[in-house]
Design a protein around this ligand. Sequence first.
Ligand SMILES: [Zn+2]
Length: 148
Amino acid sequence: MGLFKKKSGGKPKPFEFIQEEVKANSESEQALLKQVEQYHHQKNFEYALAELLLYFNMHPERDQFVLFLAATTLRSYFRESETENINVIASPILNDKRLDPIFMSCTSCYSYWILPPMRASYAVGSGSSNSNSCPFCGKKSVQAGRMR
Ligand SMILES: [Zn+2]
């Protein structure tokens, strides 16, 4: 964990899903949680993400908390958009570099997917039995982040 705590000039830190960091620890975080929850309820996932990125700007030290909520938001968004006609998240928000740590990608087939929330440590995984393989093409060419 010490490895990931180093400040690295603007580059997003890997997402660790540390349990204690996903809890709101201030009134502003409780308010953020409530707001995001409300947007989820309205299926307005773009507003939820925009709100989270705004909070990210104000509290960059709370990146793990914000990324956890962003991962939850995007998982709901992708799940819901399979069956329902919901508002599409505009690409500048969806492609925001600050969200990269919550994604894994495959260098063979260029697929990318979201890490499952609540993981104990930063590791490759998508629920498949062989966690080092791409869930789409099966090749062992998985890397953290999104390819750019
Ligand atoms: Zn692949």
